[in-house]
Design a binder for this molecule. Sequence first.
Ligand SMILES: N[C@@H](CCC(=O)N[C@@H](CS)C(=O)NCC(=O)O)C(=O)O
Length: 198
Amino acid sequence: MLKVYASGAARSQRVKWACEEVGAPYQVVELEWPPMANPGYLEINPAGTVPAIVDGAVTLTESLAICEYVSRTYGDGSLVLNRDETGYYEYLELAQFGEGTLQPTLAWARRFAPYSKEIADHARDAWVTRLGFLEQRLDDGRAFVTAGRLTVADITIGFTLTLASHIGRMGELLPPVVADYRDRLRARPAYKRAYGLA
Ligand SMILES: N[C@@H](CCC(=O)N[C@@H](CS)C(=O)NCC(=O)O)C(=O)O
């Protein structure tokens, strides 16, 4: 069975959520924090981060790649777009935006802001500015960020918006249209199961 290496509210939540959306059977291996300190874990993921999955001969260690794998292997692939589908590059951009652009500002706020007001201010300003990119996309009232259906882009971004609620006041800085989007995602039964809320 698909093994998901996870730790608390870490990015492994994205993988659980994707599994729940497509009905993939999975087993969670809960690690102590920090993941790299768990005996033997570096043999699975030499980077020492979560998530990682092991599924037979397949080992993957990046949350986006894992969610895509889950969608294609255990679902009908509808959580991702194919390259010949209209909107593929918008999908790709938004999926990467969640991890590559939005997520780092939370890491700065959580890890470094306590040591420096300058970093705290920058993290907050960058978070707000980057949320503006999302606000522009969602401003036309669309239910999902791209493709007219739930995709890995929503899972990537939705996880990050949820995490913000646990990092100082970052979760309170969401523009209303982004907060509504986050709340719609949180209302999904699969999200609730992944987060142990159902
Ligand atoms: N780009 C990776 C990032 C993985 C990552 O940094 N995970 C964090 C938890 S959310 C982690 O394991 N950090 C370990 C540490 O800080 O020691 C992904 O999306 O999977």
